[in-house]
Design a protein around this ligand. Structure first.
Ligand SMILES: [Zn+2]
Length: 66
């Protein structure tokens, strides 16, 4: 279980900020000057899901460069 920021720029695959607690998320809000933001609770993916997500991300990136 972890926390993510709801702001889209913090959720890009390249950035993919994750926080182990709400305190950690809270600390980054002033740094990035979010106005409307909240923390979202997430569950860590299983190893199989993680592998699939990484593969998908690479595939998309290759397509984008063509
Ligand atoms: Zn953020």
């Amino acid at each position: 279980m972890y926390w993510v920021c709801n702001v889209s720029t913090c959720n890009r695959p390249r950035t993919a900020l994750a926080f182990c607690s709400v305190n950690g998320w809270d600390a980054h809000v002033p740094m990035l000057r979010h106005r409307d933001s909240w923390a979202e609770e997430r569950k860590s993916p299983t190893p199989a899901e993680w592998t699939r997500q990484q593969r998908d991300a690479v595939t998309k990136e290759r397509r984008g460069r063509r």
